[in-house]
Design a protein around this ligand. Structure first.
Ligand SMILES: Cc1cc2nc3c(=O)[nH]c(=O)nc-3n(C[C@H](O)[C@H](O)[C@H](O)COP(=O)(O)OP(=O)(O)OC[C@H]3O[C@@H](n4cnc5c(N)ncnc54)[C@H](O)[C@@H]3O)c2cc1C
Length: 328
């Protein structure tokens, strides 16, 4: 009989794992958010859309290239060849070439995850909050202590701190302590497109800001022009994580205007998103790209196991799937 597996989190890692294990097990995915995306989410309103998490991804391994190939063929994923610049306060911008292909999903970053989820059992708006061991199985409970189901295996693909809240520490040992996640602010602006510089995106040095993208200039975007995404550095974000959010927003608007020369009058909308668990610190020579306790039938995967990128999330989930296929 096929085992029942609960996967917590339907980001790229959770969906990759579910697809890889679909023939070997009955899989149910639990996702606390209203929609799919995780840190590859897209925010929309009546006029604009912003990819406020991952901006692009690379595909360095043959396995990730093979996974993406059908999505590139059907147009869900497109190569992004931006006019990209480097900005520093008080220095002239200089053009910054990219030497390998960079990809985005179209018409929005979360589209890839929506396509990947087709045919999978994904329970949205369902937060997994606790596990109770019942003989050979795990009972999974939500935050109201309601039973979500009984499973042979429970696997978390949530960011590290949320995985630590859910999986019993003593069963996973100290292994989760080896990993670390860092925050990032995303400032989302609607700006008169005529006021924006000609470049598409900028990597920023010596500033609270590390990245600026004119999101509407990515391939296949069909919302109104002038959608700007600004990301902060992990250091600045950590220092200002609990600051008054209105003040953070205003400071970042001012920084954006100074860096780009855009007048504040050209900004018609501004929102701030605080990613508490955005990026992972680089993991040095990890033992494995996942955490697995076969005796208790618990596991965890995600970008944080391998260094905080979209491709790392894929690789971690795929490596875990290979290891699990030997156990099931
Ligand atoms: C601001 C920002 C910029 C980035 N830029 C880039 C970039 O340019 N290039 C790049 O390659 N990568 C980038 N990344 C990193 C990239 O987004 C991640 O590496 C990747 O999306 C991680 O996928 P994942 O599936 O491991 O985790 P996630 O996408 O975080 O998925 C985990 C899911 O678990 C859900 N969840 C958590 N707890 C629970 C619970 N208790 N119950 C149910 N569901 C739960 C969450 O809602 C989430 O959907 C960026 C990330 C951020 C935040």
């Amino acid at each position: 009989m096929k085992p029942n597996i609960a996967i917590i989190g339907a980001g790229l890692a959770g969906l990759t794992l579910a697809r890889e294990l679909a023939e070997h097990a009955h899989i149910t995915l639990f996702e606390k958010a209203r929609g799919l995306g995780g840190r590859m989410s897209t925010r929309r309103n009546d006029t604009h859309q912003w990819d406020h998490g991952a901006q692009f991804f690379t595909a360095r391994t043959p396995a990730f290239q093979a996974m993406l190939a059908p999505f590139i063929d059907n147009g869900t994923v497109a190569e992004w060849q931006p006019n990209i610049t480097t900005l520093s306060p008080n220095k002239a911008p200089f053009k910054r070439p990219w030497f390998e292909p960079h990809y985005v999903a179209t018409p929005a970053m979360n589209r890839l995850l929506k396509d990947m989820a087709e045919g999978l059992d994904v329970r949205l708006q369902t937060r997994a909050a606790a596990l109770v061991q019942q003989q050979e199985q795990w009972q999974l409970l939500d935050e109201n202590e309601q039973l979500l189901g009984e499973y042979d295996w429970v696997i978390s693909s949530a960011p590290l701190p949320q995985t630590q809240e859910l999986l019993p520490a003593e069963l996973l040992g100290n292994r989760l302590d080896a990993y670390q996640m860092l925050p990032c602010y995303a400032l989302l602006l609607a700006v008169d497109d005529a006021a924006l510089p000609v470049w598409d995106a900028a990597s920023v040095n010596d500033s609270p800001v590390r990245w600026v993208a004119f999101n509407h200039r990515l391939p296949g975007r069909n919302h109104q022009a002038g959608a700007v995404v600004v990301h902060t550095t992990p250091e600045w974000s950590t220092t200002h994580l609990e600051d008054d959010q209105e003040q953070v927003k205003q400071q970042l608007i001012d920084t954006f205007c100074t860096l780009t020369g855009v007048s504040a009058d050209a900004i018609t909308q501004a929102q701030l998103h605080r990613w508490r668990y955005a990026l992972s610190a680089e993991v040095e020579a990890p033992e494995a790209g996942f955490v697995l306790n076969p005796h208790h039938r618990l596991a965890a995967c995600g970008d944080w196991c391998l260094g905080g990128r979209v491709e790392a999330a894929f690789t971690s989930a795929r490596q875990l799937a290979e290891a699990l296929q030997r156990q099931l």
